[in-house]
Design a protein around this ligand. Structure first.
Ligand code: CP
Length: 352
C-alpha cells in the first residue's frame, strides 16, 4: 500500500483540506475521542517548540493514543542523512535504520527540522523530512521544515471561524473568498525561517483570497516555488496575488493581516550583509496606526512573537488579534490529521 504523508498542503486537495478542517471543528466542540486508541506517534524535534510539542502530545492523548518525543542529538542518537557516507563523525545511526525501526513501533512519525541557514539551495530540498518519508513505512507529518502545514490549517480554521460567524449566511468554505489578505514581513533581530511565510502564501491563495505579500525590498520575496504555488492556486481557486513594498497601500482596506519575519534568501549564509537592510525596516512592526487603515481587520501570527518588535502590545491585546485562537486550533487540526492518517495510512490519491 502506498503511504500518504502530510508534508505540504499543496499535496492535498481542497476537498481533503476542507474535510480535515470540518473534523477539526468537531474536535474543537468535543475534544475527546478514540481515533488513536492503541496507536502511537513519534514526534522528532530537531529544533525547539512550545505549541507544536504540547498540542501534538495532548492531541494524541485526547484521542486515546500515545506520543513519544525524541530530540535527535540530545536525548536520541544523532542521525546521518547522507547516502554512502563513511560515518566516522558525529552521527551514530542512519535515517534508513531510524525511520524503519520507528515504523515497527509507531503508527505515525512527525518531524520538525528547520533549515541550516547556510545554503538555501540545499535547505530548499527539505532533505530531512523527505528522507523520513522515503524510508518510513508509516505516514510522516511535517511539524515545520521549510513550510508549516499544521500552522496553515490552524490559521485557516481561525479565519473561517472568525469570518464565518461575522458574515451572516456564509459557510466556512466560502467565508474567506474575496477577503483582502496581507502577509507582512516584520523585523526580528535574527534572520528567521521562511516556512510560515511560504505556508501563509500557499494556504491564503488556496482559499480564494486577494493576497498581498508585503516585504521591505524585492530581496525579501519568497522562494520561486511558493510564488509559483500562489499563482497556481489563484488560477485554480480565484482571488489574486501581488507583491508590495508600500506599507500603507497594503494595509488599506485589508480584512486580514498576518505577520512573520524571515531572512532574505539572496543573503542566505551571508547574514551580516543582510543585517543593515533588516535593521532599516523596523517600522514594519504591526501597530495601531497601520491596523486603523484596515477594514476593521483581524491580526494573527503563528507565535512565538516578540512584543513591540513584531507587533505592539496594543495590537496583541486588542480584540482584532486572533493569534491565541489560531494557536488553540493547532490542537484541533493536528488531531484531525493524526486521526485521518492513522485510520487510513493510504488515504486514496489526490482528487483535484
Ligand atoms: N507556531 C509554532 O509552531 O510554535 P512552536 O514553535 O512553539 O511549536
Amino acid at each position: 500500500m502506498a503511504i500518504r504523508h502530510f508534508l505540504s498542503t499543496q499535496d492535498w486537495s481542497r476537498t481533503e483540506l476542507d474535510a480535515l478542517l470540518a473534523r477539526a471543528a468537531q474536535f474543537k466542540r468535543n475534544k475527546l475521542g478514540d481515533d488513536l486508541k492503541g496507536k502511537s506517534i513519534a514526534l522528532l524535534f530537531f529544533n525547539p517548540s512550545m505549541r507544536t510539542r504540547t498540542s501534538f502530545e495532548l492531541g494524541a492523548f485526547q484521542l486515546g493514543g500515545h506520543a513519544v518525543v525524541l530530540q535527535p542529538g540530545k536525548d536520541a542518537w544523532p542521525i546521518e542523512f547522507e547516502l554512502g557516507t563513511v560515518m566516522d563523525g558525529e552521527t551514530e545511526e542512519h535515517i534508513a535504520e531510524v525511520a524503519r525501526v520507528l515504523s515497527r513501533y509507531v503508527d505515525l512519525i512527525a518531524v520538525r527540522a528547520f533549515p541550516k541557514f547556510k545554503d538555501w539551495a540545499v535547505d530548499r530540498q527539505d532533505h530531512v523530512i523527505h528522507s523520513f518519508a522515503k524510508y518510513a513505512a508509516v505516514p510522516v507529518i511535517n511539524m515545520e521544515t521549510i513550510t508549516h502545514p499544521m500552522q496553515e490549517l490552524a490559521h485557516i480554521l481561525a479565519l473561517q471561524q472568525h469570518f464565518g460567524t461575522t458574515v451572516p449566511g456564509s459557510s466556512p468554505a466560502q467565508a474567506l473568498r474575496g477577503k483582502k489578505y496581507v502577509l507582512t514581513w516584520t523585523y526580528h533581530p535574527k534572520p528567521l525561517n521562511t516556512a510560515v511565510a511560504n505556508s501563509a502564501l500557499q494556504i491564503a491563495t488556496r482559499y480564494g483570497m486577494d493576497v498581498t505579500l508585503l516585504c521591505p525590498t524585492p530581496e525579501y520575496a519568497l522562494d520561486r516555488r511558493y510564488l509559483d504555488f500562489a499563482k497556481q492556486n489563484v488560477a485554480e481557486n480565484g482571488g489574486s496575488f501581488a507583491i508590495s513594498h508600500d506599507v500603507d497601500a497594503a494595509y488599506r482596506g485589508a480584512d486580514i493581516v498576518y505577520a512573520k519575519s524571515w531572512g532574505a534568501l539572496p543573503y542566505f549564509g551571508n547574514w551580516e550583509a543582510e543585517r543593515p537592510i533588516r535593521e532599516a525596516h523596523k517600522h514594519f512592526m504591526v501597530d495601531e496606526r497601520k491596523m486603523a487603515l484596515t477594514n476593521n481587520g483581524v491580526f494573527s501570527h503563528c507565535l512565538p512573537l516578540r512584543r513591540n518588535v513584531k507587533a505592539t502590545d496594543a495590537v496583541m491585546d486588542s480584540p482584532a488579534c486572533i493569534a491565541i485562537d489560531e494557536a488553540e486550533n493547532r490542537l484541533h487540526v493536528q488531531k484531525a490529521v493524526m486521526a485521518a492518517l492513522a485510520r487510513d495510512p493510504g488515504l486514496g490519491t489526490r482528487d483535484s
